[in-house]
Design a protein around this ligand. Structure first.
Ligand SMILES: [Fe+2]
Length: 261
């Protein structure tokens, strides 16, 4: 099974990058299933109905959430209708939508799981034990986990915890692609952060002046998505091993020259 995982799509530039590159990548890599992190896809914060549909239209087979999942009230009210949307599974009971979803592909069943880390983040339920409960029900699936977390240590720890159970564990949230894509000892494919789709000449996708004000003056305006500069499309591809072959995997990093984003 050939999989593509795309890191946080940041606002309109991220969506334009997705539209430009994902369909071609799916074709080129003979992709059976593509997961896209969409929690920053509506102006950098959250996701709306139109944006969700746009991501699906670009070829996302599943869209995952993160700590900004409910930034738009529309997401909270429509999460139950969005059948390819996976919000964090370790939200408290009662949250709308689904924290994991099963999909049929020509090569078998895929389970997409979204989990939030808790280090330097809000106090969500335990992502480790939440994963245990999910795995108990879906151990026959090819499991893809989007682990949305701030701390590298927590992502590393989760990777080793789920090793051999999830096929792919991809970190998101920090928006900078890490150079540690690898096979873990029990056979899972792991990366600390898949990166983002957005402006490379920005502060994790946001306009640099506004971000600098936070550091230089402890204040300033609300963050806005950077729409200028060079753009980057970040993700990874992973192929499950067949007939005794080990899994294969590769980071995807496409730098797009300054253009109209
Ligand atoms: Fe995030």
């Amino acid at each position: 099974m050939n999989l593509i995982f795309v890191g946080d799509v940041i606002g309109r530039p991220g969506r334009k990058l997705l539209k430009k590159y994902l369909p071609a990548l799916k074709k080129e890599l003979n992709c059976d299933f593509a997961v896209v992190n969409g929690e920053n896809s509506a102006s950098g914060f959250g996701i709306t109905d139109n944006v969700y549909k746009e991501l699906i239209g670009c070829g996302a087979d599943a869209v995952t959430g993160g700590n900004h999942t409910w930034d738009r009230p529309e997401a909270f009210s429509r999460a139950d209708e969005w059948d390819r949307f996976v919000r964090p599974a370790n939200y408290p009971p009662g949250a709308p939508g689904a924290g994991c979803r099963s999909f049929d592909t020509p090569k078998g069943k895929v389970l997409v799981v979204s989990l939030l880390g808790r280090v330097f983040m809000d106090p969500y339920d335990d992502p480790f034990r939440t994963f245990d409960a999910i795995y108990e029900k879906y151990s026959d699936h090819t499991i893809i986990v989007d682990f949305h977390a701030e701390a590298t240590s927590e992502k590393n720890a989760f990777g080793l915890y789920a090793d051999g159970r999830a096929f792919l564990i991809a970190g998101t949230h920090t928006h900078v692609q890490t150079n540690d894509l690898r096979l873990l000892p029990s056979g899972s494919v792991y990366v600390t952060d898949a990166g983002m789709c957005g402006s490379l000449d920005s502060v994790i996708g946001m306009e640099k002046g506004m971000s600098l004000n936070r550091f230089l003056a402890c204040g300033g305006k609300k963050f806005e998505v950077e729409k200028r500069g060079r753009m980057v499309f970040n993700g990874l591809s992973a192929q499950t091993g067949d007939g005794g072959c080990p899994p294969s995997f590769s980071l995807i990093k496409i730098i797009d020259g300054e253009g109209d984003f």
